[in-house]
Ligand binder design. Structure first.
Ligand code: HEC
Length: 124
């Protein structure tokens, strides 16, 4: 008796269509997450304010320099040089308020103070 072995055929077109579909799905999910985060009233009010760099520096020295260093070039926590170029404002806000990366604590910061902090982080 002869055995029938079926070899599946993967056409390059099919793979391309599936890959394209996946890419679109991922983009949509990313867009959705961005929209949800942007809709957060806290994020909106932070982004609507003009932060003051000097105030942000003062807040940083009191709350953050113990871990990130007085010049923000790293100690227990990583250096924050150029961090505002690498990460979006929303992800920075999330980083500071979430405490999801221990040992960095969760900070409760008023929108004004957060705007100040962000404007300071942008100078690094
Ligand atoms: C107890 C120590 C500690 C304190 C206080 C602290 N951090 Fe952090 N921070 C960390 C550590 C550790 C990480 C790295 C977490 C990780 O991703 O593994 C981090 C990460 C970060 C990052 C992300 C850096 C990157 O490269 O993406 C930012 C931004 C940040 N901290 C800002 C702040 C700010 C602003 C404050 C003050 C309001 C603060 N941190 C206070 C320990 C601290």
């Amino acid at each position: 008796m002869k055995e029938q072995i079926l070899t599946p055929v993967f056409s390059p077109q099919k793979i391309l269509v599936v890959a394209l579909g996946l890419a679109i799905a991922i983009a949509l999910v990313a867009l959705l997450i961005y929209q949800i985060r942007m809709a957060d009233p806290y994020v909106r009010s932070v982004l609507s304010l003009n932060g003051r760099i000097a105030q942000g520096n003062a807040i940083f020295q009191m709350n953050c320099s113990g871990c990130h260093g007085q010049q923000a070039n790293g100690k227990v926590g990583p250096s924050l040089r150029g961090v505002a170029e690498r990460r979006s404002q929303i992800s920075l806000i999330h980083q500071i308020t979430s405490g999801k990366t221990p040992p960095m604590p969760e900070f409760q910061v008023s929108p004004e103070e957060m705007a100040d902090l962000l404007s300071y982080l942008k100078t690094l």
